[in-house]
Design a protein around this ligand. Sequence first.
Ligand code: GLU
Length: 338
Amino acid sequence: MKPSSDASLDALIGKMRSAASPLRERLMDIHSRIKSNADGKLACYIPELSRVDPNLFGVSIVSVDGRSIDVGDADAPFTIQSVSKPFVFGLGLEDHGRDYVLSKIGVQPVGEAFNTVVLDEVSNRPYNPMINAGAIASADLIQGSNYAERVSRMLDMFRRYFGHPVHIDSSVYASERTTGHRNRAIAHLMLNFGMIEPRIEETLDLYFQQCSILATSHDLAVMGATLANRGVNPITGERAIDACYVKDLLSVMYNCGMYDFAGEWGYRIGIPAKSGVGGGIVAVVPGKIGIGTFSPKLDPKGNSVRGIQFFNELIKHYSLNVFDRDEDQCLILEHFSK
Ligand code: GLU
């Protein structure tokens, strides 16, 4: 059949695409329905984040065998913020081993905000690596003979997960640095207790840099797929983290990754995930896929409104829960393409 116009050609291409990938069709449908949801507020603790286009909405899925589906604004860059936390924790594990890292940072969920100044004074550690205190302690663990080497090891670690060199949003970084008094206070408190090394300005700078790394929803999906693939980036084939530490990252993401919503998330969605105030969410279905979403308007707990809604919709069609072993209910890999 010869298409009579551009519109019918578009419709035909759309049909061919959908036929080739039931999952793409599903994602496009969910995306178009959720896009009209304008609830939530942009993060406003620094001016740069409040100036982001609130309409942006990208969704990406990457499989452990390197296939990807991107829908909407999947190439729109945003700062990863707290999404960086599990990955830097992983670098600490590789640099020092599990026993040492666990002597410095707990893995206990805490019913406090992500920027709480509360520390576990009994074990003399921050509660977990997903709150700011634990993330600053993770940044403290990054090894290197000087500051430049520590930064470059951190950025190179993110490069392996992304599959391409990473860039810092310099104005977000400058703002984080200028206004990060609470994070500075947390670092000083930890120094007071001997939880971190005295080089705190350097360590805080590393933390502000990791928060200011630019990513897209596609990048987050590749990072998630790398964890789903036991630490090997499925696009580049490069190992990003030793396989033996992948479960450590996934466990803390599962227990503490979604701010004060972590317990609800684990119960309802049932997969390890981490969100950030930039509006990104990375999620992992071990052995299958990584999922990345980006939409900058946040709910009162700090999670992307459309991001959370997306996962709630996706699990109506695919059982992704890590405790649900019924493979017939999770045909997501089969639905990538026929
Ligand atoms: N840069 C933010 C902070 O340290 C990150 C917050 C977040 O994404 O949770 O406060």
